[in-house]
Design a protein around this ligand. Structure first.
Ligand SMILES: Cc1cc2nc3c(=O)[nH]c(=O)nc-3n(C[C@H](O)[C@H](O)[C@H](O)COP(=O)(O)O)c2cc1C
Length: 204
């Protein structure tokens, strides 16, 4: 398959078979991520590979059947010119993360491995929660106290996954073998069809 076809064939998958990705291919997927461009050549990203995705399922229940879940972090302990200090650089860790994610999902697809990039941040809470808990969560976010709640993703990352504070969550991706693939002629996500318009639509 040529590269453009591969890019077009990749879909975000939300139902997986449970089959495990061989270690060698997992390593290569990470290698593809590591070789993404890096702003200022900072090389600040770190990758946590979870084989037991139990902690993630409470945030993203549809991911059961996923083989591995990867959380990407920015190492904020890097000193001097190695860190994005200025305001005009602070978004670069997220660009770097996106580039690494895209390298990984495209390479994975080339190996027949499916993926779903996931929005998971320090502001996320477990899905279950009574109305009053949801109100409390909003207040905690407003007061910058969210990470004290045991149902907060940042809390889980620090306490269950034992990740030190200098590693800031910047992105995540689920990897595995898809069971159900969206039919693009009808599939919707967030109320919108999963399609792309012709290039002219996007070109200014
Ligand atoms: C930054 C980002 C965050 C995303 N977060 C989620 C998510 O939390 N859950 C999910 O099911 N899909 C998530 N997606 C996948 C998008 O919904 C998907 O890319 C979009 O619907 C287009 O479908 P496609 O990837 O199959 O082309 C995310 C995608 C990106 C790029």
């Amino acid at each position: 398959m040529n590269l453009l076809d591969l890019i077009k064939k990749r879909r975000s998958i939300r139902i997986f078979t449970g089959k495990k990705i061989p270690e060698e291919e997992l390593k290569q997927i990470l290698e593809a991520g590591v070789w993404a461009p890096s702003g200022c050549n900072n090389q600040e990203l770190r990758f946590l590979v979870l084989e037991d995705i139990t902690p993630i399922l409470e945030f993203k229940p549809y991911l059961k059947g996923v083989s591995h879940f990867i959380i990407i972090f920015c190492d904020t302990s890097l000193k001097g010119s190695k860190m994005y200090k200025n305001k005009n650089q602070r978004h670069l860790k997220f660009i770097d993360t996106g580039l690494a994610l895209q390298n990984m999902v495209i390479f994975a697809k080339s190996k027949g491995i499916d993926s779903c990039i996931c929005n998971l941040s320090k502001y996320h809470f477990k899905l279950k929660g009574k109305i009053w808990e949801k109100i409390l969560r909003r207040i905690l976010i407003k007061l910058n106290l969210y990470s004290f709640s045991k149902s907060n993703f940042e809390y889980i990352v620090r306490n269950k996954l034992k990740i030190p504070k200098h590693l800031e969550i910047t992105g995540a991706v689920a990897l595995g073998y898809g069971k159900v693939f969206p039919d693009l002629s009808i599939a919707m996500h967030d109320g919108k069809k999963i399609k792309r318009n012709p290039v002219d639509f996007y070109r200014l």
